[in-house]
Design a protein around this ligand. Structure first.
Ligand code: ADP
Ligand code: ASP
Ligand code: MG
Length: 407
């Protein structure tokens, strides 16, 4: 079998963990498998590199950031190759440039476009365990790019698709995908299966166990994904198109703290205002998430929306600079907010999910600032400090810890 295995930062954080993974890889190799391994930077390396950059320049160019951050992954693959060498296994490490993993040109948030499989195939034919840097790629200028935080999952899935691998295994520091982050919700339950669509929502809404783009690619190229622990041999969670085993009304709860809220107050109540406001933000590549507009009263209206925290400053500067043109009287913002969401394919055909979620929040005395819904998810914006309480309250209300609950 040809297997792509990805190990996250915590799974390769120190020499002991690297050897644990190396032994695991050796075992799979001895069973006769062809193995391609994708690694993340060790432990907190990426955060430490970001901190180092900020010491020098608080707004470094994205190109140079990618140049810096990509070094973390390169350390991991070289060290893993040395560990395998020591254990007597043939291995070779390759970075994105050596493989030929091409991305779009956007630094720090590039998308994989095309992967050249020749080098990897020939290394497999030479019976090597092939170790590849996650998170990085190269663009049409032959510059190093990165795929966004958590992007190594996407490298792994894209490689699995390009190589037509038999499976793609994502090894991490929890036993699989849970009904909520098991570090926040103590009675969160491990799911044996979850659909691509549900996982895509969970990942996009803050469950960082998988990079959302990895799920998108897995769905597109029919890559069956398994998420499991690098520390034990438990079965983990399978992510696939259709799930039969657990037909839950709600499959999980997720929280995203990378959110901030902006309100523009007193905008004149006439056509084209929302267009100019959001057109301006879009022009500067600032993504807007939840939007709420008040009913016009005495000729004016208020518009409230959310943006990612690292876009807040730029968004505020833009709005301030265009205040008059956009007819804004006042701009207010709040960074201490979090988005809590419930996700479940069963919601489409079951009314009352929203009411149940709101009841859970009411019982926990948590005020809802904004609401947004789609066919398979409901999100609310609340005060950041209440996020953990909200997660637990909602999880309990839907009895997600209870195995026997069926749709
Ligand atoms: P890695 O370094 O292996 O990529 P991450 O830290 O990116 O690991 O992702 C794993 C973490 O995701 C877990 O430690 C857990 O705290 C968090 N997490 C959030 N939501 C979930 C969930 N629904 N199921 C499992 N883990 C989750
Ligand atoms: N090292 C990168 C990060 O910390 C990529 C990853 O871990 O997937 O975001
Ligand atoms: Mg990750």
């Amino acid at each position: 079998m040809l297997i792509v295995k990805k190990f996250g930062g915590s799974s390769v954080a120190n020499a002991e963990k690297i050897f644990n993974v190396a032994k695991r890889l050796g075992k799979s190799y001895d069973e006769g498998n062809e193995i391609v391994v994708v690694l993340s930077a060790q432990g907190d390396t990426t955060d430490e590199l970001i901190a180092k950059a900020k010491e020098i320049n608080s707004k470094p160019s994205r190109r140079e950031m990618d140049m810096l951050l990509s070094t973390g992954e390169q350390q991991s693959v070289a060290l893993m190759s040395m560990a395998l060498e020591k254990l007597g296994y043939p291995a070779i490490s390759l970075n994105a440039y050596q493989v030929g993993m091409y991305t779009t040109s956007t630094y720090s948030n590039a998308r994989l476009k095309n992967i050249n499989t020749d080098r990897v195939q020939s290394e497999l034919e030479r019976k090597n365990i092939v170790l590849i840097t996650g998170f990085q790629g190269m663009n049409r200028f032959d510059d190093i790019t990165t795929l966004g935080r958590g992007g190594s999952d996407t490298t792994a899935v894209a490689l699995a698709a390009a190589l037509k691998a038999d499976r793609c295994e994502i090894y991490t520091d929890v036993d699989g995908i849970y009904t909520a982050d098991p570090r926040v919700v103590k009675n969160a339950r491990k799911l044996s299966e979850v659909t691509y669509d549900e996982m895509l929502e969970l990942a996009s809404l803050g469950a960082r166990v998988l990079h959302n783009r990895s799920v998108e690619l897995a769905k597109k190229y029919h890559v069956e994904l398994v998420v499991r622990s690098s520390l034990n041999y438990e079965e983990g969670t399978v992510v696939k198109e259709v799930c039969h085993m657990e037909k839950m009304l709600v499959s999980g709860v997720a929280t995203d703290k990378d959110v901030s809220r902006i309100s523009v107050i007193g905008v004149s109540d006439e056509p084209g205002r929302a267009f100019s406001l959001f057109g301006l933000l879009a022009k500067h590549k600032i993504n807007v998430d939840i939007i709420l507009q008040s009913v016009g009263r005495s000729g004016t209206k208020d518009i409230t929306f959310t943006v990612a925290r690292d876009h807040l400053e730029e968004a505020l500067e833009l709005l301030e600079a265009n205040k008059e043109r956009l007819t804004i009287k006042e701009i207010v913002h709040d960074e201490n907010v979090a988005k809590v969401s419930v996700v479940g394919a069963g919601m489409v055909s079951n009314p009352g999910v929203a009411a149940k979620m709101f009841e859970a929040l009411y019982d926990a005395h948590i005020n809802i600032q904004m609401i947004s819904t789609s066919e398979i998810k409901i999100s609310v914006l609340i005060e950041e400090d209440k996020a953990e309480t909200a997660m637990n309250a909602i999880h309990d209300k839907f009895q997600l810890g209870n195995v026997n609950l069926r749709r």
